[in-house]
Design a protein around this ligand. Structure first.
Ligand code: GRF
Length: 195
């Protein structure tokens, strides 16, 4: 079972996937890492793990559809069983998500359907929520709107800041994302048309 990981930044979730893929119990491997930014630290993590990396930056005036077509061509060349968006900070066009919907998952730092989009920790604090968390979901054309596969939650403390929450959120993500990928690789979670 082969996956491609899409990244834009620090790549701590990529690192968790690299480690899980190398565990003796692992049932998946990482074929390639694709970043839309050439300065993503995630690329260094992939290179250190001898995983092929590709950078596809958007050019000025390029349409979203055009970028997504180029991304799609790269993905097709790998014929992956699963594409994991691990901090990939681009919105994908409907034609892209329709093409890959059964093979495309994302990790998002909120308890969806609460707080799609950005600044989720700040928004949860401002709303006075006492629970917050993360979601792994299939990706459709609606931003952070596809079927939820798994979630994990944590308590928001009275003195919490977005930065403090981000640390705990990352710990949860590093556990949950590899678990979900393993479960999909083992066939324990299957995409259904309703997703
Ligand atoms: C994670 O918090 C993820 O939920 C969000 O972007 C962040 C990526 O972090 N989509 P990292 O690059 O994996 O460290």
């Amino acid at each position: 079972f082969q996956i491609v990981v899409l990244v834009s930044g620090f790549g701590s979730n990529l690192q968790a996937l690299i480690e899980a893929s190398r565990a003796s119990s692992s049932v998946f491997s990482i074929q390639a890492v694709i970043s839309n930014r050439n300065d993503a630290y995630a690329l260094e993590r992939a290179q250190a793990a001898n995983i092929p990396t590709f950078v596809i930056t958007a050019t000025a005036g390029q349409t979203r559809e055009n970028y997504d077509q180029i991304l799609s061509q790269h993905l097709k060349s790998f014929n992956p069983d699963l594409i994991v968006m691990a901090g990939f900070m681009r919105i994908l066009s409907a034609s892209f998500t329709e093409q890959w919907h059964h093979k495309l998952i994302n990790i998002h730092p909120s308890l969806l359907p609460k707080y799609p989009g950005l600044n989720t920790h700040q928004r949860a604090i401002e709303a006075g929520d006492d629970r917050h968390g993360i979601s792994v979901h299939y990706v459709n054309a609606e931003v952070d709107g596809g079927t939820i596969i798994a979630q994990a939650d944590l308590a928001i403390e009275s003195n919490d800041t977005p930065q403090k929450i981000a640390q705990r959120v990352h710990q949860l993500e590093h556990q949950l994302l590899p678990k979900v990928v393993m479960a999909i690789a083992r066939g324990e979670i299957c995409y259904s048309k309703a997703d």
